[in-house]
Design a protein around this ligand. Structure first.
Ligand SMILES: Cc1cc2nc3c(=O)[nH]c(=O)nc-3n(C[C@H](O)[C@H](O)[C@H](O)COP(=O)(O)O)c2cc1C
Length: 211
């Protein structure tokens, strides 16, 4: 690395910015900007393949115990994506029965896929030798999704992790091989969602600090 590059890199890493009257580092800004953006706010602008690859590449740098790299994704676009919406809507209809059926909910299940430029199925590939407990691989998968989500947000894209019962587990829609399980969907699109106030209860209430 050239000396100039190194200095530039250090400057970017350490940059402290002013964001909503708070001093934040770039990392904090990126983390705090990540949010769930729902498909009803997606625009018709397609997300480019290169942007999708950039999200997937970010996912691929998640931490992974014993280097099992257990994250797998299926990118759905076009007819396949819309067919997934139909599956989710039909599953909802079956699940609630005639008495609990709401046409609005039925359409919303369909529309989420239709409104998205792409839907990414989030899949766990279990280590074939089960050298580590499943929770560790789920943790790595979640870290991969967080990377992907943060990258989407920093490219100005919207999306969120959805975990409909109908698709969670070894779902036949994806014809998953033995050892793979679907843990939900990431709906993705360009968006025009207005800024919404977001909240978390204080971190202090969730921490014990033993000195
Ligand atoms: C594992 C996981 C599954 C989720 N499943 C759903 C879901 O099925 N439906 C939904 O509306 N949001 C789902 N979410 C998104 C959360 O509702 C969202 O993260 C939460 O409201 C906080 O908002 P934020 O992401 O904007 O910070 C899921 C999030 C995670 C981490």
């Amino acid at each position: 690395m050239l000396k100039g590059d190194f200095i530039l890199r250090r400057r970017i890493e350490n940059r402290v910015i002013l964001y909503q009257n708070e001093r934040m580092t770039v990392a904090e800004e990126i983390i705090r900007n990540r949010k769930s953006v729902y498909p009803r706010f997606f625009t018709d602008q397609p997300v480019s393949d290169s942007d999708i690859w950039q999200l997937l590449e970010a996912a691929n740098w998640a931490p992974t115990h014993r280097m099992t790299e257990p994250w797998r994704f299926i990118v759905l676009q076009g007819e396949k994506k819309d067919a997934l919406g139909d599956v989710l809507a039909s599953a909802y209809k079956e699940q609630v029965g005639a008495s609990g059926f709401s046409e609005r909910k039925f359409q919303s299940k369909k529309q989420k896929a239709v409104q998205s430029s792409a839907v990414l199925a989030i899949i766990l590939q279990r280590d074939p030798e089960e050298r580590l407990p499943e929770w560790e691989e789920l943790a790595a998968l979640s870290a991969a999704v967080q990377n992907l989500w943060i990258m989407a947000s920093s490219l100005g894209l919207g999306g969120y992790w959805s975990s409909p019962k109908a698709i969670t587990g070894r779902h036949e829609f994806f014809s998953l091989p033995e050892g793979q399980t679907c843990y939900g969907l990431f709906y993705l699109g360009h968006h025009n969602m207005p800024e919404v106030p977001r909240e978390r209860s204080s971190i202090q209430s969730k921490v014990q600090w033993w000195k």
